[in-house]
Design a protein around this ligand. Structure first.
Ligand code: T5A
Ligand code: NA
Length: 212
């Protein structure tokens, strides 16, 4: 029995995740595929509202407390993700647990501690990591408004994402984590995204696995 594919788009701030997730969604619709768009943090839930206030620097929270809220925000939707996948719906997700680790570990929290709360969330079938230099990201609209949008922080985040991707590909003995150069034109990035996602749009018969 085939199920929907779970595709995550990750990347640094301003790398074009939202743009590319939306473009992929449109392309799937064009070829008649059922898909659902998700985004983390989901700022609409009760937990999401606390995260939103924190990111806008309207509230202060202990580094560990905010980390757990980001994770809880994913757990709020975990069973729905699983249900949708089983019903054959493809899930396209803008950020996931990988952002959770990368940003909190960049603030100095231990890497293993950061991973723990997301253990056994549904694992994506594919992660497309949009890579961009912090310098280039800074040139894009709006950079600098939110808490983590500082060049120094983004450099650390990029390093940790690299480690996460390498570990993931070792663990899955394959290319589950794909790095895409996001410093190019939207259309060129979208072509790469599609080339990697295309093989999954018919769904997959693989069982849903768990992180990590
Ligand atoms: N976070 C998140 C955690 O700390 N822990 C967690 O567990 C999670 C899930 C908010 C913050 O939360 C942190 C990470 C973040 O710091 P967010 O709401 O996803 O996360 O916000 P941002 O990452 O800031 O998302 P952005 O919307 O800023 O970046 P995107 O989605 O990567 O970029 P996008 O598509 O909105 O594009 C940004 C701008 O660039 C242009 C767009 O038009 C737009 O103006 N653009 C391009 N310009 C030129 N060339 C291209 N190829 C372009 N693509 C897009
Ligand atoms: Na975004």
């Amino acid at each position: 029995m085939s199920r929907g594919a779970f595709i995550v788009i990750e990347g640094l701030d301003r790398s074009g995740k939202t743009t590319q997730t939306a473009a992929l969604y449109e392309q799937l619709k064009e070829v008649g595929k059922v898909a659902k768009l998700l985004k983390f943090p989901d700022r609409t839930t009760a937990i999401g509202k606390m995260i939103d206030a924190y990111l806008r620097s309207q509230s202060d929270l202990d580094d560990r407390a905010i980390h757990l809220l980001f994770s809880a925000n994913r757990w709020e939707l975990a069973s729905e993700i699983e249900k949708d996948l089983k019903e054959g719906i493809n899930i396209l997700c803008d950020r996931y647990a990988f952002s959770g680790i990368a940003f909190s570990a960049s603030k100095g929290l231990p890497y293993e501690w950061c991973r723990a709360p997301d253990i056994s969330l549904p694992s994506p079938d594919l992660v497309l990591f949009l890579d961009i230099s912090p310098e280039k990201a800074k040139e894009r609209g709006g950079y600098g408004e939110e808490r983590y949008e500082k060049e120094e922080m983004q450099k650390k985040v990029r390093e940790i994402f690299k480690r996460i991707g390498e570990e993931m590909n070792v663990a899955t003995a394959g290319a589950k984590w794909v790095v895409i150069d996001a410093g190019r034109d939207c259309e060129d990035v979208a072509k790469d995204v599609w080339a990697h996602a295309e093989g999954l749009i018919e769904g997959t018969s693989q069982p849903i696995t768990r992180l990590w």
